[in-house]
Design a protein around this ligand. Structure first.
Ligand code: PHE
Length: 331
């Protein structure tokens, strides 16, 4: 008769008591096990009925244990969510994404690397020598002005362009040199919709025997079309930089719905001025960069500008505001 067992199981208030009841009835030394062992002493004609009764009792006890176990677990689960409102909507999972500047920089690097340019870099805290002197910039050039450039007491400065990396690279390299250098540049500009005092450039330099103006034009046109699309119109406008001759500014034609197309400046560029090679040759003490042996082109693109063109961003300050409503659009 399993009645004792069933009431003990029903009374169990936790899993430990329930387990004790299980051992007491079904365990090796349990009562049902003992009752089974007693069967061999019975007369043969009573055995089948006895065996059947044992089976019924065993399955009743097993079912009761399983049922009680489920009930106890349910109670424990209930307890663990007490005080938690299960009807509340889940909290939004915020997913990270890359910043538009990172996206455009990575794409620019990818295109230029396919064209054979290797990555180079240099310090953001620069010497006047690498930022200006070695780049053929006269002492009285306005870019050197304390009004335009951040100087440290040491006389060092925050680089005003990534062109200093041209010099850093050529000081150590052997031609041919074909590098790009993305990085920050700093100017004491008034901050507005198109100017930041910290901005991002991507410098490029190719120096070898017999590099021509056509190489510069072809390279940059190819690059800008790879970035903005095959049909992108590109314009080279004559300009002046102390370290290139001839020099150009590059514009890209921007089409905005409902507006007349506009030319937007994206880069400065030109053929490396022989004066840069002459000064480098003096500081290196060899003739690998002698202007009689090598020519080259250089360019410096505004990465912030490229991002603004790519996504129609009207105010450059959005790139540094960290407004998630803006940033979310790029992930
Ligand atoms: N350094 C120039 C600027 O910041 C751009 C430039 C780079 C021009 C290389 C010519 C060659 O405006």
């Amino acid at each position: 008769n399993p009645a004792d067992a069933l009431s003990a199981i029903e009374a169990a208030s936790d899993q430990k008591t329930l387990d004790e009841a299980r051992v007491a009835f079904l365990g090796k030394k349990g009562r049902l096990t003992a009752a089974s062992a007693a069967m061999k002493d019975l007369p043969n004609e009573e055995k089948p009925a006895y065996g059947q009764a044992l089976n019924v009792a065993r399955s009743a006890v097993t079912t009761a244990i399983d049922g009680k176990l489920a009930q106890l677990q349910e109670q424990a689960d209930q307890k663990s969510v007490e005080g938690i409102d299960l009807t509340l909507p889940p909290r939004e999972l915020l997913e990270g994404g890359l910043h538009p500047l990172t996206l455009i920089k990575d794409r620019a690097i990818q295109i230029l690397r396919r064209m054979g340019f290797a990555l180079a870099d240099g310090p953001e805290i620069e010497t006047e020598y690498h930022c200006f002197d070695a780049l053929n910039t006269p002492d009285d050039h306005p870019a050197r002005n304390e009004k335009d450039t951040f100087y440290f007491d040491s006389g060092k400065l925050l680089r005003t362009h990534t062109s200093s990396v041209q010099i850093r690279t050529m000081e150590k390299a052997t031609p041919p040199v074909r590098i790009i250098a993305p990085g920050s540049a700093y100017r004491r500009d008034e901050i507005d919709a198109t100017h930041l005092s910290v901005f991002n450039q991507l410098e490029g330099l190719f120096v070898a025997e017999d590099v021509k103006l056509g190489d510069l034009k072809g390279t940059l046109e190819y690059f800008l079309r790879a970035l903005f699309g095959d049909k992108t119109e590109v314009r080279f406008r004559p300009h002046f930089f102390p370290f290139t001759e001839p020099s150009f500014e590059i514009d890209v034609k921007l089409h905005v719905k409902g507006q007349a197309p506009k030319w937007i400046e994206v880069a400065g560029c030109g053929m490396v001025d022989p004066a840069v090679f002459t000064s480098l040759t003096a500081s290196r003490g060899d003739d690998l960069f002698d202007p009689e042996r090598v020519t080259g082109f250089a360019f410096g693109m505004g990465l912030d500008r490229l991002a603004m063109i790519q996504w129609g961003i009207k105010d450059i300050r959005q790139l540094i505001d960290n407004d998630t409503r803006f940033l979310k659009q790029f992930s």
